[in-house]
Write a protein that binds this ligand. Sequence first.
Ligand SMILES: [Zn+2]
Length: 452
Amino acid sequence: MGFKNIYAYNLAMLAKQGWRIVTNPNSLIAKLYKARYFPYGTFWNAELGDSPSFSWRSILNGRPILKAGVQWKIGDGILVNIWDDRWIPTAQQYRISRPPQAHCAKLIGLHGTKCALQQALTSTSNGNPYKELWNKIWKAQVPGKVQICVWRACNNLLATRERLLTKGYNGETRCLLCIHPIEDNSHLFCKCPIAKQLLIAPPFNLQDSLLPNINFKEWMLERAMSLQPQIFAKLLMIIWAIWKNRNNMLWSGTQQTAQDLMLSCVTWLEDFQKARPGSLKPVKHTRQKWVPATNGCYKLNVDAAFMHNQNNGGIGGVIRDATGQFVAAFARPVPCTASPKQCELLAIREGIDLLYSLQLNEVTIESDCMEAIQEIHCPDYELLANGSIVDDIHRTWGKLKGVHFDYTPRSCNRVAHRLAAIGFEATQDVVWTSQAPESIFDVLDKDCNQLT
Ligand SMILES: [Zn+2]
């Protein structure tokens, strides 16, 4: 290799360093250079500055090579300055010649519209390692605004303070919710205490060491590949809720607890998915069946039926012993309830009251409403909308021994489901203690036949 070649090789290496800064703005090295040499601008217009380091000087030497080889790939266009950046492969100078400042996003009107974003995505996602992530985001059963928010978060397009720095902002960089010195997307969505609380809890159960320090997008790709669709949808909701929560802090100085965020996310998600049941893909799980309690214990299954437009509902429940034998059941109408969840909590309260009146201990109470179960275990349940119902449940719970609550899928809750429907139609409360009503014979039988 001759001297000239070594020189060219060197320049190429330097250009590569510059390339790293441009393409990994979240890397430590890029942040360091940025903070020191171009805090308010971009790498492309950065200057040598006072007493530059040897390596910065070298990187700038490589910049012309890089500029010659680089042209923008239009994503959502927010970062592309149409007059100064090189973005049209076919035009001379790779750009159009000018009147004043304008940004590509304004020009093509992409900003915030899902369909256009998706177009932008498909056009850039061929051979894109993140394709899987984008697919999972757009296919997720969550509201469109949530998909857009998460897509923007992954591409570092949300106006976090770290990102504003690249747009000339020179204000506070600290996290709005804690004392972390830089608010970037990895911190905000994963490392900030409130985010961490949400991610280490069910259904995510992520250990601290699995949360990203820098590359949020890559982390999201991993999540998209490993999480089941329903849980991934919850993650999307949570990212959106964290962003909303952060904005509430910014604009009105208010914020929610992790517990509240989780609860509202699960509620929104359930409401959204209930509102469009046709779009819900069948959840893939091996067919599950009802299982009786272990020896000497009982199982109480409860359920609720709720009519949205009438605001009334019905509740029902069934108690069986460890052999699957019928012990007792109830069904009753509940006029004037506010929500399906409230109705589910009323079913649980009615069920636990029945346990108490029959003096039954060692019971597993099963509901197919995850949020109701979560509310019962919420440390600040008094503050919830249904706090007084949960409080009643806790009072009776305290008088019984060995009672605990569990979530069960609907396919394992058929008898209670039938009883709730009976309650919905009923004009008065009914309790059966010696013999099961004929109207549930078939479903009781089904559960028992599956026991073999
Ligand atoms: Zn924070």
